[in-house]
Design a protein around this ligand. Structure first.
Ligand code: ZN
Length: 888
């Protein structure tokens, strides 16, 4: 909890550290009611930081100092200053050794930062500033040190003792207590945020990988014994990642051992600690019977992400936390490309773009909007955001698009080579890309410093006589907190022109000697810009921003017929889907208007026609069919509305789904049965083709169920009961939960919970499915579920599964006009603020979006934010988000 006034920290105030820590020797004595940490720091004055011997200021929080010495001399209280978050002392020489002993309490650490217990095991989480809760240190990423770590614990309870690097010694401890110890040494310099230790009763799955230079690396995944059967998918993913990083980036793993440990209580997805990744169990454990296809893909992606950090994050780390996207944006880009290579590139892109546009765009339009490289923060934990991660990845992707795959590889090679072993900045990354490619990215860098989602309005003019076709581009970017005026971005727009038969027309710009490729990237870098194409023999239809080549809101006045044409003929798979989305948005917005005016709803039949031809197209990838059938979500419709009308959005979308279900019943039934037959007759496989057919099967089922036909209910129940995998079972359960078959629903929920009560990750799904259901009484259901024995506020996965799903995925339930949803969320935030500030602050996000709603709801939401602010002593995490949300 905060005791000093929260302070804003600025990028412009960055200064190199006064002192360096060449070696860090740690000893942990782990006990049930406390732990002792001894740290020996071999330090020296940083020659790059100036003259003299300034005061040494070490970070430290919630530590009980037991002893402190300087060069072997025990210091007394008069020799140092001790505050809530710092310990300062005056060095006497340029090189010195500090020894400290502190007592900490991992057993009661519910914030899950620093050293804590997850169930019966000890583990750590140090990024971003958790190491200071373990010992006094220079807890900043530009201070890199060689770590040696000894842990001791009771042998019987904690047979496995792990830390970073290589095991160098271990043995039983002298005396009573049945204790043992182990020492690990990490040969690589690293900042404290990459430190990790684990002690527990763990089993491990072991494998090995031979690197490109024929070195043998031992791979181990440690889990609690009951999960030993759920590690194979993560292990396969790890080996694929290691191979991919060698092939695509030329990056080889560096230690002789790579370990992953799964823990149940974790604030985020996973953590890239050097040689010892610690994972939220939800991002490691996966097998057919208990994890969905989505979970399998998430595991693969997170395993890859953390593995890739070994180069983009660990070997080259961040100078300061403002540079967070240097490692996160780049690494998300790397894992997205990996997933695209492992499965369907187009489907992966569609999923990522849908997510970005729904959630990151909303963040970028809200009170917490910040640039990819923020300039100020109160609490760094609040900046592990969609902007830093997902938009950061889009920014790296745009560089890739502008310089091409080869140029990008030259740039990344230079970056890794130049900064290996050091702490770098976003500017360093850009400089490497510039120098390797002989280009100037000065204007492009505005993507790092300007917040907000740019708009790109496109117009056209065809001159039949001159056979020229012009596209006019007009870019702008709305104001965001602290930034009223924005300068033009460099926006790479990939585009093609389609002729009346759907054929690609040659693209030759005025002044060019010859036509180039049929799909080209143009860098739009002026506020207003014109592209004029010559030799255009017929009036074309443009396909713009192919593959979503820039994270912008593009508008072009397409008619619905033109969108249907693009859905059929665009050679870019992403844009075929996008045309369908735009068509759906137009149609849904029309329905929303009808609903608001009290008119009878009437669905534009062109949407039915378009989706019918998608369903009839047997050559289309089934995953694409499923994506095309998914109407834009309520959260996305909210994001693109000026003022979101929750009830109208829900009613319009449900009406459209109902109409589509009726009109396309036979086709959906056919597709459902065909795929369900295949599911029944083949064993589960975590592969693209199988994901594809199950996703079409399941979305078809969700439509079919709207028909209330007995044969569909029977099919749904059969799927629920007779399947070998969680993807089919959970989808059937979700469909039942959202139906009006009360008896069947209750029975299915009960039997599911009974069967899976001992599997927390499956119970998370069970909570989410119910919390996200828009049927009346959502809040009461959620409140009742909070009293379920499997629920606890202390486990972040449970909080996300139940409260997070309700506030984030149940628009109708959360935004009840009486404000009950808001009051409920605020109550939970207030509770969590004391238990786990990071989770409390993340859970708040839906309340910060008040500006999207009508005046009455705005008042209710703001009142709850005020209530949180007045509720007592707030963590810096919650304080920052609440105060910024109210300041707008
Ligand atoms: Zn990461």
């Amino acid at each position: 909890m905060r005791t000093e006034q929260p302070k804003m920290i600025y990028l412009k105030d960055y200064r190199a550290p006064d002192y360096l820590i060449d070696e860090t020797h740690l000893t942990f004595e782990l006990f049930e009611d406390h732990s002792l940490v001894h740290a020996q720091l071999v330090m020296r004055r940083n020659p790059a930081a100036g003259e003299g011997l300034p005061l040494l200021v070490l970070d430290g929080q919630q530590l009980e100092l037991l002893s402190l010495s300087l060069d072997g001399q025990e210091l007394s209280a008069a020799d140092y200053q001790l505050g809530d978050s710092h310990l300062s002392l005056q060095p006497k020489a340029a090189s010195f050794v500090i020894d400290s002993s502190v007592r900490i309490h991992p057993e009661s650490n519910t914030a899950l930062e620093g050293l804590y217990k997850s169930g019966s095991m000890f583990c750590t989480q140090c990024e971003a500033e958790g190491f200071r809760k373990i010992t006094y240190y220079l807890d900043r990423p530009d201070v890199m040190s060689k770590f040696t770590t000894t842990l001791s614990a009771e042998q019987h309870r904690y047979p496995v003792l792990l830390s970073n690097g290589n095991p160098i010694a271990s043995g039983p401890e002298e005396g009573e207590g049945g204790r043992h110890w182990a020492t690990w040494q990490d040969p690589f310099m690293k900042p404290a945020y990459l430190f990790a230790l684990v002690a527990g009763d763990l089993w491990c799955v072991e494998d090995s990988f031979t690197t490109m230079t024929q070195r043998e690396v031992a791979l181990r995944i440690y889990v609690e014994p009951e999960n030993i059967d759920k590690c194979q998918h993560a292990m396969d993913s790890l080996k694929k990642s290691m191979k991919w990083d060698e092939e695509v980036y030329g990056r080889e793993y560096d230690l002789d051992i790579f370990m992953i440990v799964a823990v149940n209580d974790f604030n985020m997805g996973a953590m890239e600690n050097k040689g010892l990744n610690i994972f939220n169990s939800s991002c490691v454990l996966a097998k057919a019977e208990t994890a969905t296809d989505a979970a399998h893909q998430r595991v693969e992606e997170v395993v890859a992400h953390e593995y890739f950090h070994n180069w983009s994050g660990n070997r080259v780390t961040c100078r300061d936390w403002f540079q967070l996207s240097l490692k996160e944006g780049f690494t998300v880009f790397r894992d997205a490309e990996f997933s695209a290579d492992m499965h369907s590139r187009t489907v992966k892109r569609i999923e990522d773009v849908a997510y970005l546009r729904t959630h990151q765009f909303a963040e970028d339009a809200g009170p917490m909007a910040h640039p990819v490289r923020p300039e100020a923060f109160i609490e760094i934990s609040n900046f592990y955001t969609l902007t830093v991660y997902e938009k950061g990845s889009e920014v790296v992707r745009m560089i890739h698009t502008l310089v091409g795959a080869e140029g990008f590889r030259k740039g990344s090679d230079l970056y890794f080579q130049r900064h290996d072993g050091f702490a770098a900045t976003c500017d360093d990354f850009i400089r490497a890309m510039e120098e390797a490619n002989g280009i100037d990215l000065a204007q492009f860098k505005r993507w790092y410093s300007q917040a907000g989602t740019p708009r790109l309005a496109v117009g056209e003019h065809y001159d039949a006589a001159a056979q020229t076709y012009s596209l006019s581009f007009k870019q702008s970017c709305p104001a965001s907190p602290g930034q009223s005026e924005k300068l033009p971005f460099v926006i790479p727009v990939e585009l093609g022109l389609l002729g009346a038969q759907g054929q690609a027309l040659p693209l030759r710009l005025q002044g060019e000697a010859a036509a180039g490729a049929a799909s080209r990237v143009f860098a739009i870098d002026q506020a207003e810009q014109l592209l004029t194409f010559v030799d255009v023999a017929e009036r074309p239809l443009p396909s713009l921003l192919r593959g979503f080549s820039a994270p912008v809101k593009l508008s072009f006045p397409y008619s619905r017929d033109q969108l249907m044409f693009l859905m059929q003929h665009d050679s870019d798979g992403f844009n075929r889907w996008e045309a369908g989305q735009q068509l759906s948005v137009q149609v849904l917005q029309e329905l929303i208007g009808q609903y608001q005016r009290g008119e009878t709803l009437a669905l534009d039949q062109r949407l039915v026609t378009a989706l019918r031809s998608v369903l009839q197209n047997e050559r289309l990838d089934q995953a694409m069919v499923a994506e095309m059938l998914s109407l834009p979500g309520e959260a996305y419709l909210t994001e693109i509305s000026e003022v979101a009308d929750v009830e109208a959005i829900h009613a319009a979308r449900e009406f459209a789904r109902q109409q589509l279900a009726e009109a396309l019943f036979d086709l959906l039934w056919q597709r459902y049965q065909g795929n369900r037959d295949l599911s029944r007759s083949s064993a589960y496989m975590a592969e693209a083709e199988h994901f594809a057919r199950r996703s079409l099967q399941n979305i078809a089922l969700s439509y079919l169920m709207l028909s209330d036909q007995p044969k569909v209910l029977a099919a749904c129940l059969e799927q629920f009961e007779v399947c070998d995998n969680m993807t089919e079972r959970l989808a059937a359960l979700a469909v039942l939960v959202n139906s009006s078959f009360e008896d069947e629903k209750a029975k299915a929920l009960a039997s599911f919970a009974d069967f899976f009560k001992d599997n927390p990750l499956v119970m998370d799904q069970w909570f989410s499915v119910q919390a996200a259901s828009a049927l009346p009484g959502a809040l009461q259901r959620v409140e009742q579920l909070m009293r379920h024995p499997a629920f606890t506020l202390k486990n972040p996965n449970k909080v996300r599964a139940l409260i997070g799903a309700f506030a984030g995925q149940n628009q109708l339930g959360f935004h009840q006009a009486d404000g009950s949803g808001y009051r409920f969320l605020a109550d939970q935030v207030i509770c969590l603020n004391a238990l786990n500030p990071q989770i409390a602050s993340r859970l708040l996000a839906p309340l910060t979006r008040w500006a999207k709603y009508d005046g009455a709801r705005q008042q209710l939401m703001k009142a709850e934010l005020e209530r949180i602010l007045a509720s007592g002593e707030l963590s810096s995490d919650v304080f920052e988000v609440v105060s910024k949300s109210l300041a707008c």
